[in-house]
Design a protein around this ligand. Structure first.
Ligand SMILES: Cc1cc2nc3c(=O)[nH]c(=O)nc-3n(C[C@H](O)[C@H](O)[C@H](O)COP(=O)(O)OP(=O)(O)OC[C@H]3O[C@@H](n4cnc5c(N)ncnc54)[C@H](O)[C@@H]3O)c2cc1C
Length: 384
């Protein structure tokens, strides 16, 4: 794939960082479930967390695909670190999209520089895919909001210092709508629930937020009261592109394991006669990987024009996250028993890949979004 100079520069920098600084620590930290806080700080210093943000907020002013390529290189080496980057940006992006200049100065700039860690709390025990049915309430009184409720599956919750959360705002006993709030770690009434033990991504922190009369000053309302859901949809849209980049990294890593195995077993010497089955798997994965990269690049291109990119982001997330699971499965089939042991990293890729089909909207939800967008556009064509 042809890359611009800027894209190549960010890809190379992220690859160099991942290969030299991260790779030597991955096995040990992943097994211990050790959160990669020092690497998140380093990513801030290197400018990688700020790739897509304007310079005035401490960012690098680069294009969206530069960021995706950087996330891909990092996730290829360590998906737990890649997911921590994604969650951090879910915390930073809503402040960028809807924050006041004061909020951006206080919260966004430290997040972009990696001086603070962000998290995003939307999912609740009774609202996952249907994120609009949030039960957490925010009652406004005398310039302060009191938040009550539970958030679950909040990535990086135990280590973050800045949280963006949703809550149903209630004023004079009337429901105003869902609002977005910026919370600081030390706010009274905010506690962190126990860390989840997961199938994969052991070093990525997943915990809950307990909000019991959590007092949030009115200055920390993000955007207009009752209009927060739009901000969350915009944030999820950008996040879906991030998940596509993350899943591209896992798919590429699994594919490279397939190539290593093919090299070791000298299958190219007799591809036509004895290895048609293996050749088919390699060809299929190589073709789909190229298609996945192009689909993601196109979604980034549309995003950077300023046009809506809802369909493109959902297509990229849906296609690439399914491909990551499929490529890991093929790599296991091709390599056989040794790929099931932890002598090879394929078993880790296989466990980690599954999150891509669930987090930030499941594949079923992406299909609903894609169908809605396609049908909306076809309706326009008919009526023109
Ligand atoms: C490791 C991890 C990290 C996460 N990090 C975060 C985070 O940082 N912040 C955050 O807010 N959330 C986070 N989440 C939560 C995640 O976004 C939700 O799990 C996801 O949105 C799905 O919600 P659910 O698990 O409640 O599934 P449900 O909504 O209960 O869905 C269950 C099943 O029903 C299907 N389904 C639901 N509705 C429909 C429908 N209308 N049509 C067809 N099928 C449907 C789904 O596809 C799924 O298969 C994380 C989750 C995980 C596992």
């Amino acid at each position: 794939m042809l890359l611009t100079k800027q894209q190549k520069r960010w890809q190379d920098l992220a690859r160099q960082f991942a290969q030299t600084e991260v790779k030597p620590r991955v096995d040990e930290m992943e097994k211990k479930g050790e959160f990669p806080l020092q690497f998140m700080k380093r990513l801030g210093e290197l400018g990688i967390l700020g790739i897509g943000f304007p310079e005035q907020y401490g960012g690098q002013n680069a294009d969206s695909f530069s960021f995706i390529l950087a996330v891909k290189e990092i996730s290829k080496v360590w998906a737990s670190l890649g997911l921590s980057i994604g969650a951090h940006l879910l915390g930073a992006n809503p402040i960028y999209f809807a924050g006041t200049e004061e909020q951006k100065k206080r919260y966004l700039i430290p997040l972009v520089r990696g001086e603070s860690l962000g998290a995003f709390g939307l999912t609740e025990p009774s609202s996952g895919s249907d994120a609009g049915s949030s039960q957490t309430s925010a009652v406004s009184e005398n310039g302060v909001y009191a938040l009550n409720g539970r958030k679950i599956f909040t990535t990086s919750a135990s280590y973050a210092s800045t949280y963006v959360v949703s809550a149903l705002t209630i004023r004079a006993r009337e429901k105003v709508g869902i609002s977005a709030f910026i919370l600081e770690r030390n706010y009274p009434g905010l506690a962190i629930a126990k860390k989840e033990e997961k199938l994969g991504l052991w070093a990525s922190d997943t915990a809950g937020l307990i909000l019991e009369g959590c007092r949030v000053p009115k200055e920390n309302l993000l955007g207009d009261e009752g209009k927060g859901f739009r901000v969350f949809l915009q944030t999820l849209n950008a996040g879906r592109l991030g998940i596509a980049g993350w899943a591209l990294g896992i798919a590429e890593a699994a594919f490279e394991q397939m190539l290593e195995w093919a090299e070791k077993n000298e299958i190219k010497k007799d591809l036509m006669n004895n290895h048609e089955w293996e050749a088919g798997m390699i060809a299929e994965s190589a073709t789909k990987l190229e298609a996945a990269l192009l689909l993601t690049q196109e979604a980034c291109r549309v995003k950077d024009t300023g046009e809506l990119y809802i369909k493109e982001a959902s297509m990229a997330k849906y296609f690439v996250s399914s491909l990551a699971v499929e490529t890991c499965d093929l790599a296991l089939k091709l390599i056989g028993a040794s790929a099931l042991t932890n002598d090879l990293p394929v078993e880790r890729y296989f466990r980690d890949a599954k999150l891509g089909e669930i987090g930030e909207g499941t594949s079923e939800i992406q299909k609903l979004v894609i169908a809605r967008e396609v049908l909306r556009k076809s309706e326009k064509l008919v009526t023109v």
